[in-house]
Design a protein around this ligand. Structure first.
Ligand SMILES: Cc1cc2nc3c(=O)[nH]c(=O)nc-3n(C[C@H](O)[C@H](O)[C@H](O)COP(=O)(O)O)c2cc1C
Length: 199
């Protein structure tokens, strides 16, 4: 498939519709190489990617179940089991975090955006190789306990994506996309004679 067709047909596959196999080692390496070629102002590589397979996914699930019970002591067994299962909903889980350099001249926002590009490229590369993925954050991305558990410093390392990768159980239906006319416009200069004075 042409690269443009991969982009024009890109769709996330929700974790509920993901099955095995996940990317094998050779495919995963290609996905990671593709995803770390993103634009990166200052060549900071301000992102980290962790690969969680069965054991890592289970360990993270145990933590999520514990955190959930601590927050909701009345939680029932089904809810707790769901939280334990959360990181295990796809064959492979990639955790993407930005490792931000607050002391650097490159604005933190640009470092974050570069991390977003990593996540997006992971999805595209996975789809290009015949796999599927979904980029989720959900509540665990925003809990410092989760970042610490994964070995991150929550001050500088922000979890920006849990990338669930697998194979699709069925082709997802397309969903409506934004009308280009609403979000794209031509701009060829300020309108009105006094606009420059008003800036
Ligand atoms: C940063 C980010 C975080 C997201 N987190 C969630 C999430 O927590 N839960 C969710 O249902 N979708 C989340 N999404 C949306 C899905 O990744 C996906 O875009 C959505 O299922 C629509 O599918 P599509 O990518 O084919 O348009 C997130 C998207 C982004 C960019």
């Amino acid at each position: 498939m042409e690269a443009i067709d991969v982009l024009l047909t890109r769709r996330s596959v929700v974790v509920a519709n993901q099955i095995g196999p996940g990317p094998d080692d050779a495919a995963l390496e290609k996905i990671l190489r593709a995803a770390t070629r993103v634009p990166d102002h200052g060549k900071l590589a301000p992102w980290r990617i962790q690969i969680l397979r069965d054991q890592g996914q289970a360990a993270l699930g145990d933590l999520l179940a514990r955190l959930f019970v601590a927050q909701y002591p009345q939680a029932n067994d089904k809810q707790i089991a769901f939280e334990r299962q959360r990181p295990q909903r796809a064959p492979l889980l990639l955790v993407v975090a930005t490792r931000l350099r607050h002391d650097h001249k490159i604005p933190v926002m640009e470092q974050m955006l570069s991390g977003g590009a990593v996540c997006m490229s992971l999805l595209i590369a996975a789809q290009a190789l015949g796999y599927c993925g979904q980029w989720l954050t959900e509540w665990p991305a925003y809990r410092p306990e989760v970042a610490r558990f994964l070995g991150h410093d929550p001050e500088t390392d922000k979890i920006i994506g849990f990338l669930y990768l697998g194979s699709r159980a069925e082709a997802p239906e397309d969903r409506p996309r934004p009308d280009l006319a609403e979000i794209v416009s031509e701009w060829s200069g300020p309108v009105g004679a006094d606009t420059v004075e008003r800036v």
